[in-house]
Write a protein that binds this ligand. Structure first.
Ligand code: AP5
Length: 231
């Protein structure tokens, strides 16, 4: 069945995108959330919004993000708890970049139970680090709609301008080469253990994230169709 023809209906599950920086979590999470009509919750985007607004949370997070380090669990968990309780998450949501530590994962499990949602389904984006530097340093994002491009592999039609709404494209400060390295190290040390954690619980599905955006999307939809059908 072609992707466009897949039935898209009510969804009552949280989907988690787990993978290193640049593996394509945001690209796929946005699209999946749109397809199922559920919110896309990126803790990175939420934190960047706090930084841009200069809130107390943003002031705390800014230097850590600039160094490629994780923001403390307590800060992230409070932010997610407030967001997931909003009515638009009643039928599920797509987490992008959360959870990132075992503490966050355990807390999320409780939070989902309290909000009447099934156990999460975890998409593990499998990819070697050698590809990630090119993906991250080449990434450009639309200021207006957040569409993600790559100057090497997914360039916009007109340089610096979003194809969708004509917004200006910008580069994230943590996509500079010197910050990408500590981000990858933080992933290996603090986030990669979640692969074992979720695999043991039986919630994990491995996706080959080296494939094209369209192929990765097809693999994800196939995996989700399997679990939806199995319920
Ligand atoms: P966050 O914003 O979550 O960044 P990240 O996890 O480092 O992931 P990225 O957004 O960089 O990459 P992605 O996997 O989404 O890839 P994308 O789809 O954009 O976090 C930023 C910071 O916030 C953290 O360092 C930390 O400080 C803090 N933070 C956030 N959450 C936290 C938490 N829970 N706890 C503590 N701290 C937290 O794609 C990348 C590029 O590749 C793009 O150019 C894209 O076009 C291209 N691309 C995508 N897919 C493909 C493909 N299949 N083929 C070719 N190119 C592709």
């Amino acid at each position: 069945m072609a992707l466009q023809e897949r039935p898209v209906g009510k969804f009552d599950r949280a989907v988690i995108f787990l993978g290193p920086p640049g593996s394509g979590k945001g690209t796929q999470a946005k699209e999946l959330a749109r397809k199922f009509g559920i919110p896309h919750l990126s803790t990175g985007d939420m934190l960047r919004e706090h930084v841009a607004k200069g809130t107390p949370l943003g002031l705390k997070a800014k230097p850590l993000m600039e160094r490629g380090e994780l923001v403390p669990d307590s800060v992230v968990l409070k932010m997610v708890a407030e967001r997931i309780e909003r009515p638009d998450c009643a039928h599920g949501c797509v987490f992008d970049g959360f959870p990132r530590t075992v503490t966050q994962a355990k807390y999320l499990g409780e939070l989902l139970k309290q909000n009447g949602l099934h156990q999460p389904f975890v998409i593990h984006m499998v990819i070697g680090h050698s590809v990630l530097m090119r993906r991250l340093t080449g990434r450009r994002i639309c200021k207006k709609c957040g569409e993600i491009y790559n100057i090497f592999d997914r360039p916009p039609k007109v340089e610096g301008i979003c194809d969708i709404d004509g917004g200006d494209l910008y580069q994230r400060p943590d996509d500079r080469e010197e910050v990408v390295k500590p981000r990858l190290q933080a992933y290996e040390k603090q986030t990669a253990p979640l692969v074992t954690y979720y695999r043991r619980l039986g919630f994990l599905y491995d996706v080959d994230a080296r494939k094209s955006v369209e192929e990765v999307q097809a693999d994800i939809l196939q995996a989700l169709a399997g679990i939806r059908g199995a319920r």
